[in-house]
Design a protein around this ligand. Sequence first.
Ligand SMILES: NC(=O)c1ccc[n+]([C@@H]2O[C@H](COP(=O)([O-])OP(=O)(O)OC[C@H]3O[C@@H](n4cnc5c(N)ncnc54)[C@H](OP(=O)(O)O)[C@@H]3O)[C@@H](O)[C@H]2O)c1
Length: 267
Amino acid sequence: MRILVTGATGGVGRLVVDELVALGAQDIRALTVDPSKARLPDGVEAVRGYLGRPSTLPAALAGVDRMYLAPLVKTNAEVCRLAAAAGVRRIVDLAGAKGGHWQPIEDGVEACGVPYVHLEPGEFMSNAETWAPQIRAGDVVRDGYGKSGDAPIAHEDIATVAARCLVEEGHEGLSYELSGPETLTRQDRVAQLGAALGRDLTYIDLPHDEFVAHLAQTMGDFATWYADGMAAMIDHPQRPVPTMPQILGRPGTTFASWARDHVDTFR
Ligand SMILES: NC(=O)c1ccc[n+]([C@@H]2O[C@H](COP(=O)([O-])OP(=O)(O)OC[C@H]3O[C@@H](n4cnc5c(N)ncnc54)[C@H](OP(=O)(O)O)[C@@H]3O)[C@@H](O)[C@H]2O)c1
């Protein structure tokens, strides 16, 4: 069974490769722009290509049975059509909450007719890395909606679920809402980063428009949607869902643990 991992050097995709290796998958193919720089595990076949350039995909899809689909909305429908035409028999896609920014990913997958598993994480723990420049420069983080709460999830946990959905039976046709194990405000997360660093960090709320402008530097059009979501989660914080522990048989990574593991990013 040949499995293609797209976005294979990305935050989630690279860990999907590692998890597939750990699960004993034998025929793993990794899609990357530059195979010579990809630094993939021994035995993983690196093929040249990028989801954003669908013309690079037919060769990468040859002989592929199952595919991890990284989220790239602009070319997603065409990528899915190519996967179906190549005979792919399962797509495990990384999307997000239904009806949100990532909905076109699920729409494209369902339209192509290939059996699927939808992964629907909310906030990623790694989004905290956007605070790294401020934390490296001082003890104050200026950002939006510090009291908004959600249950962020670690890349590692998403990737482990993805790998299991690629190799195991019993997941097809399902949508898995994924979260981390606890609801934390953005202020809580900054405080936990401070604890990992041995420093007291202060969170200062930016006005909404400044927050959107700040986010837009990295998120583009996605910024307004994201900021509005943060605002709504002050009164309606995201609660943890049990999906990931049920699939993996272990609790999810806590933010405090993630902060300790990634502390060098913030030093
Ligand atoms: N709430 C959330 O935070 C949330 C929820 C759902 C989804 N998401 C999204 O999930 C994604 C996860 O990120 P990820 O790091 O796992 O994967 P990704 O951003 O989907 O893919 C990154 C990989 O794509 C390849 N690539 C090639 N050309 C690129 C280009 N021009 N721009 C960007 N990437 C290019 C790179 O690999 P090569 O150089 O090896 O080709 C890169 O490592 C993010 O896009 C995130 O926004 C976020």
